[in-house]
Design a protein around this ligand. Sequence first.
Ligand code: CIZ
Ligand code: SF4
Length: 312
Amino acid sequence: MIRPEFDAKYKEHLQRKIKELKKSCGALLVAHNYQRDEIQEIADIVGDSYALARDVKLAPEKTIVFCGVKFMAESAAMLSPEKTILLPVEEAGCPLADMATADKLRKKREQYPEAAVVCYVNSTAAVKAESDICCTSSNAIQVVKSMKEDKIIFVPDKNLGRYVREHVPEKELILWDGYCVVHMRLTREEVITTKQLYPGAEFIAHPECRREVLEEATYVGSTAGMLKYVGESPSEEFIVGTEPGIIYRMKRNNPEKKFYIPTDQFICANMKLTTLGWVARSLEKQIYKIEVPENVVKKARRTLERMIEVVK
Ligand code: CIZ
Ligand code: SF4
């Protein structure tokens, strides 16, 4: 790092400024598990997209600064229509979510009229509006099992879909050809080499990873699941198969344990677009307000609420 003293001072300056701005406008700052460490340090709540949407709904604050990517802020906005949800960087999207469109999904439905549509939370509001129920990586298996239909169109992540299919063999899953551009990068070879370098470490992975990678894991789950697992497992060392932002909380909760990443190519550029400077700007200017068209909100909210009813 160039000029580390300047960076440390500047970081503190921005964090102080954000705290003051937050206080003066009564805002709540929430951050996804993949956000930068310095954002997680000052966030009021850190979690996965589902926990954040739920906590935003329960919070008394009327203004929420959502440090994450757009589909997450949209879900929070749809579940809390009375609140103002600000996304600090307008361009913070998710390439996986953009791999499915409402139009293409409607066509797929026509092809399989007897099938139900389960959409992963990593999808646009428009795709959620065309789906029957939503799911997250923590509850995808439970949601698919709960459906009365035998045939399920699972959109948009094929890796998570394949993982669910293996756990729910009684259903026929039609997979969408979408994937997370970050999790797809990790190869089995990289995992095997990292395991050889750290023979005492357990490998844990996110279901958005390739199947060959998941086969190497002792635990497969969402970021919330992984956090719980590393706390409960007797292992002292872990190779973490997901975006390394999660390691901030893993370390904080388990200071005596060690965490390794199996590739240096595992950064989600969209998640990392949000910096302290952009958060301060978001609070100062009250931007960017997330607004989902009313006709989309009605149907998409129902899709989210159905998931909440199934998993509660
Ligand atoms: O649902 C989320 O927050 C995502 C994208 C990942 C996870 O597994 O928590
Ligand atoms: Fe989207 Fe993958 Fe980034 Fe998550 S890690 S926001 S799925 S691109």
